[in-house]
Ligand binder design. Structure first.
Ligand code: HEC
Ligand code: HEC
Length: 260
């Protein structure tokens, strides 16, 4: 699908990992059936439900407000018991370049993603299908707890993943801080924070994110495969970026926490 070596490398690596992922899910499901303390939310829902209705800003606010208060210490246990840690790490820093880092992520964003995976609103690829199978086993309390846990972990440092090289277009610095008035591109920092620490509501933290994941997900917004954003801002902006700019931004954010 993506005729370029950068993402092909990811795809090859990822395919190999799916076997392990499925094992983790099988173990998780077995654990739940054998009477884990948790009550699965929809453990019997194995049908591919149609995507839920898209969020409006109001319906999203309502859904997030309806979640119970999260507890980071309980979330640490959820991260282990539901095997999230096997792919996303004990502290939300993924041990391989195949998976996104979750450490330092805003709780509202993480919770929204888990709701979106549950409902198939986010269903861009095999990884999302896998996340769906896990998310439907989670209770609202577990979603709130695990989101609270990642939010209090220090922002990730991605040491292992190769950085893409910037291509044609504006520099990342310019796009992040000034945007591009000619294309009506709002500065990324106005929503994601000047340090990539995240902004209001579900505007995600980006600092230290795995650049392979970052590139891939922006391309998914661009192609419309990922369309779970509530206000359609991200899809809109992604469509205006060149591939070279996406690569530059991925490298920029990956190194953000260690920049002077
Ligand atoms: C087998 C590996 C695997 C396991 C186990 C796993 N994940 Fe994931 N997770 C992924 C992949 C792959 C993606 C990216 C999917 C995509 O591109 O939509 C992802 C994405 C996510 C995202 C969205 C990240 C973002 O930046 O948008 C969240 C949140 C998440 N996972 C939470 C969890 C939680 C909580 C658990 C445990 C219940 C879990 N994951 C278990 C592989 C895994
Ligand atoms: C108007 C506000 C806004 C602006 C400007 C904006 N974003 Fe976003 N961005 C968001 C929101 C909100 C989300 C979460 C969308 C969702 O629910 O999927 C998001 C999600 C993302 C994600 C996905 C994060 C993940 O972990 O999967 C990336 C990557 C991203 N933005 C990069 C950028 C870049 C790069 C720019 C600048 C070119 C930018 N954004 C500009 C609001 C914005």
């Amino acid at each position: 699908m993506y005729p370029d070596p950068y993402l092909q490398e990811l795809k090859a690596a990822t395919d190999g990992w799916f076997a392990r992922g499925l094992t983790a899910i099988a173990i998780t499901a077995t654990g739940l059936l054998m009477g884990f303390s948790a009550t699965p939310a929809h453990a019997t829902d194995h049908t591919a439900a149609p995507a839920a209705k898209a969020w409006t800003p109001a319906s999203l606010r309502g859904a997030l407000a309806a979640l119970p208060t999260g507890d980071a210490e309980r979330g640490r246990v959820v991260n282990q018991q539901l095997f999230c840690a096997s792919c996303h790490g004990d502290k939300g820093v993924a041990p391989t370049q195949n998976w996104p880092h979750l450490a330092g992520q805003k709780a509202a964003y993480t919770a929204k993603m888990l709701l979106d995976y549950q409902s198939h609103l986010r269903s861009e690829n095999k990884g999302a299908a896998l996340m769906h199978d896990l998310a439907v086993m989670m209770t609202p309390q577990q979603i709130a707890d695990v989101s609270a846990f990642y939010a209090v972990q220090p922002a990730p440092r991605d040491d292992g993943t190769p950085r893409p090289t910037a291509g044609q277009g504006l520099s990342a610095e310019q796009l992040v801080r000034k945007g591009d008035p000619a294309r009506l591109l709002t500065p990324c920092a106005s929503c994601h924070g000047v340090k990539g620490q995240g902004g209001k509501l579900e505007a995600s933290a980006l600092a230290g994110q795995n650049p392979l994941y970052f590139t891939r997900t922006l391309l998914h917004y661009q192609s419309g495969l990922r369309a779970n954003d509530a206000a359609k801002g991200m899809s809109h902006f992604a469509k205006k970026l060149t591939r070279g700019e996406i690569d530059a931004l991925a490298a920029y954010y990956a190194d953000l926490p260690v920049k002077p």
